[in-house]
Design a protein around this ligand. Structure first.
Ligand SMILES: Nc1nc2c(ncn2[C@@H]2O[C@H](COP(=O)(O)OP(=O)(O)O)[C@@H](O)[C@H]2O)c(=O)[nH]1
Ligand SMILES: [Mg+2]
Length: 437
């Protein structure tokens, strides 16, 4: 997702940053490139038009042409406008602290309602809440079983009365049950359709009017393309949706349509679904995504995911070192080994600054073999060599290759990768100070 957008934006912004002075001419060229990059990535036409208008106004307002570092200032303006596009207002989930918080999940069929219901229940449980899920989809027989199975995986009760009782009755009974049993959050899974249809919409409206959920979250499939905007608008017009969950964010769509949904509907993006696993639900942070789109990586999300699933203390140490531009071979090995717990290497790499090219080149099976070699190589280095690989001469590398059962070529390749990553992290920490992360 966003690979080609990221590539194009990074390229045109890199070009302009290299220039000491900007002229009206090359500024116009850059804006044109940004426009093409956005349109080609499926960003909605009106959104692109407004976006560029704002960049232009901001640039004039901040006198980009005459500033000390015009290229960098322009990057900052683009960054800030992407953040606004993605939503810079409150996008947190609201809770009724005195009673039962009801969260209704709506969306078209196959967009991931049932899966996100369970992911959300699991997330809230981790945060110390006491959730129950209510099965409101009685149209597809398998839907209840799916929810029940997910519920048992995460240890969350699922309320259902089977296929015979009308959905609205079940939901009301479920809410009463949740209150009686002292749950603090009820997540209602609802039925979808292949496309917007009146019967479905009326059914959802009836549920809303009866339950008055505090949150109505709409799942939108990021793989849908431009139509996503129309679907989201239709749901919002009828139900006044309180938040969006962009699902299948791990897929390889161009992503632009997903970027447009917030701008067109005004509904904040609250979460992204990033895979099929229960843990693949992330709180949405506009600034982090903006930085990722601008090729600055998503180190904070990476670190958070890491903290959730691997050794906290080690992860914090590594993160700290990375942020300060310190990065040794041990860190490299450590982060690779820890990240094996997080999923396929390619998906991890994609979150790292400047690593998306490398991620695309990775075949996850070969990667396993390669990791073994990398581990062997690093373990054959002396502590001093791991700390500062630049001290290694050819004779050292021959010794290491022999000790690890690899070749000097492989050792050199690892050293190159290491250099590249180290440089990226160094650049990143200076960029971060600029963006006050
Ligand atoms: N790759 C990916 N797949 C997802 C994600 N969320 C859901 N899915 C898959 O999408 C399919 C439909 O999900 P489901 O929850 O049944 O959709 P529903 O019809 O809206 O309830 C299932 O195969 C899910 O595993 C996601 O964030 N990423
Ligand atoms: Mg479902």
């Amino acid at each position: 997702m966003f690979d080609s957008l990221q590539e194009k934006l990074t390229k045109s912004l890199r070009n302009i940053q290299g220039k000491g002075r900007l002229s009206e001419r090359n500024m116009e060229d850059t804006l044109k490139e940004i426009r093409i990059a956005l349109l080609e990535s499926d960003v909605n036409y009106t959104v692109v038009k407004n976006f560029l208008e704002k960049i232009r106004l901001e640039s004039i307002g901040q006198d980009v042409l005459n500033s000390v570092e015009p290229g960098q200032l322009l990057v900052k303006i683009v960054h800030d406008e992407i953040v606004k596009l993605l939503g810079d207002e409150d996008n947190s989930l609201h809770f009724d602290e005195k009673g039962l918080t009801t969260i209704m999940i709506v969306g078209l069929q196959g967009t991931g309602k049932t899966t996100q219901a369970a992911k959300l229940a699991s997330l809230l449980k981790k945060q110390g809440r006491h959730p129950i899920m209510i099965a409101g989809d009685i149209i597809r027989p398998a839907a209840i079983e799916q929810l029940v199975s997910l519920g048992s995986q995460i240890g969350v009760e699922v309320y259902s009365q089977g296929l015979e009782v009308p959905a609205l009755t079940q939901i009301n009974n479920g809410i009463a049950h949740a209150k009686r049993k002292g749950y603090d959050t009820a997540i209602i899974d609802t039925a979808g359709r292949l496309q917007i249809d009146e019967v479905l919409m009326n059914e959802l409206k009836d549920i809303k009017d009866s339950v008055h959920p505090l949150e109505i979250l709409l799942t939108v499939d990021a793989l849908t393309g431009q139509d996503i905007v129309n679907v989201a608008s239709a749901f919002n017009d009828l139900l006044e949706v309180t938040g969006l969950i962009l699902t299948k964010f791990d897929g390889d769509s161009k992503g632009g349509a997903a970027l447009s949904v917030k701008a067109v509907t005004g509904v904040p993006i609250k979460f992204t679904g990033t895979g099929e696993k229960i843990s693949d639900l992330e709180t949405f942070y506009p600034d982090r995504l903006a930085q990722r789109i601008l090729g600055m990586g998503d180190v904070v999300s990476f670190v958070e995911k890491a903290q959730e699933e691997m050794d906290m203390k080690k992860a914090e140490e590594t993160a700290n070192r990375l942020m300060h531009g310190k990065f040794t071979m041990d860190d490299l090995l450590n982060s690779i080994e820890q990240s094996r717990k997080l999923g396929p290497l390619s998906s991890i790499m994609r979150m790292m600054p400047g690593m998306s090219d490398m991620a695309n080149a990775i075949n996850d099976q070969d990667a396993d073999k390669e990791l073994k070699a990398i581990r062997a190589i690093i373990q054959s280095m002396t502590p001093a060599e791991r700390e500062e690989p630049s001290i290694m001469r050819s004779s050292h590398k021959r010794r290491i290759a022999k000790g690890s059962g690899t070749s000097v070529d492989q050792v050199n390749k690892l050293c190159n990768q290491y250099d590249k990553m180290k440089k990226m992290f160094r650049n990143l920490s200076s960029l971060q100070s600029m963006f006050r992360m």
